[in-house]
Design a protein around this ligand. Sequence first.
Ligand SMILES: Cc1cc2nc3c(=O)[nH]c(=O)nc-3n(C[C@H](O)[C@H](O)[C@H](O)COP(=O)(O)OP(=O)(O)OC[C@H]3O[C@@H](n4cnc5c(N)ncnc54)[C@H](O)[C@@H]3O)c2cc1C
Ligand code: SF4
Ligand code: SF4
Ligand code: SF4
Length: 387
Amino acid sequence: MKQDPICKKEIEEDTSFQKEYDGQTYYFCSSECLKTFNEMKKSVIRLKRSLDEKKRVSFGKLNKDVIKPGICTLCGACAASCESIAIEDKRPKIVGPCTSCGVCYNQCPRTMTTEEELVGKLRFAYSAKSLLDRHEGQDGGVVTALLAYGLEEGLIDCAVVTTQSKDQPWKPVAIIAEDRAQVLESSGSMYSHSMTMEQLMQAIQQGMRSIAFVGPSCNIDAVHKMQRSPYGFLHLFMRANVLRLGLFCMDTFSYEGIREFVENHGMRLADIEAMKIRKGKFEFEQAGQISRFSLSEFDEYRSSSCKFCTDMAAENSDISFGGVGTPDGYTTVLARSSIGYEIFNEAVENGFLEARPLEDYEMDRVLNLARMKKVQMYSVNRRSKKT
Ligand SMILES: Cc1cc2nc3c(=O)[nH]c(=O)nc-3n(C[C@H](O)[C@H](O)[C@H](O)COP(=O)(O)OP(=O)(O)OC[C@H]3O[C@@H](n4cnc5c(N)ncnc54)[C@H](O)[C@@H]3O)c2cc1C
Ligand code: SF4
Ligand code: SF4
Ligand code: SF4
């Protein structure tokens, strides 16, 4: 006796309602059940074909990103959508051929696959560069050039930025910059936490009405929350407009840790001209020479909060900026809010910046890094050293 896979009735094998599928014969009690089976298969095939090339991955990726790290909820959606997957011993297992169609990975509730899930809402993505005379920033100097434009046009009264301490080289100190010289001086990145919020509060208390605020995702989140939360400083934030300029961010390290590391390697922070993190390496430039170290060597100095942070792209900002994606000497820009989009494009039209649309393959690099940040909570020790 066989079972009709649709209505589950027991039936004899000599029924004329039969169907060969994937090397197996299925038996049905009636033409209705056979019809349902045929239609069901066709709809699954249509779904699989609708995925584009980039989304086609194998079950192996679902295993690596979800099942092995232990974040599978056993919802069974993967098994429900593919007969090559079965839930066995309390985990999804591959029990048949995998065509790498990508359906199981893309519909699993634990994966992040869309642009919005990975980097938040945005209007437009650019690769851009400062056109200010003799100005180089951390990447394309775009943050600084935009601030210079905002100040010059009277769009902002001041900017909360971060510069180096006068006494301790490379120690971040947040300041309220009110002119071009001060924003130019604050160009470049320091890879330790900066206490930006105190300066923002001071600027509001000093009566500044339009303030640009620069900081990584967690600092942007603090501003975003204060602008909305009825429990704290909402009344203060009602006095000022704050333009949130977010920096992409994967990690920060303790200042003392960076100093110790540098000194242990025969250098002095006072002699370091530039610091950069790229492609899994921490780079220190001294007298034109670049020393590169694997980021894993800095694990002990990494701020503990960064291990649990999942927002690489400063999703709550008006515009966000990063080095990943575009070529050296350029900044990736994600224009998010209408005010962010307007100001950025005005700065381009007025000759402060040059910009072009970000190419798809460049955006893919941004999305890959963002994905790494999103999943790191589950796999802190598995961070790839390549990106
Ligand atoms: C801690 C940190 C980690 C980062 N990690 C990544 C990363 O993993 N991937 C990536 O693509 N990009 C990362 N970035 C962003 C990148 O380094 C550049 O800041 C960004 O590309 C803008 O470059 P720019 O040349 O346009 O900016 P610039 O014109 O050089 O201006 C940089 C601005 O950043 C501000 N700033 C510098 N250090 C700090 C700080 N510690 N806290 C708050 N504000 C600061 C300065 O005040 C200045 O206004 C990180 C930045 C920081 C500060
Ligand atoms: S769809 Fe994802 S969460 Fe659901 S059972 Fe499959 S692997 Fe687990
Ligand atoms: S064939 Fe099945 S297991 Fe393989 S990717 Fe597609 S849905 Fe996943
Ligand atoms: S990784 Fe997250 S928590 Fe750490 S500094 Fe960057 S934005 Fe803040």
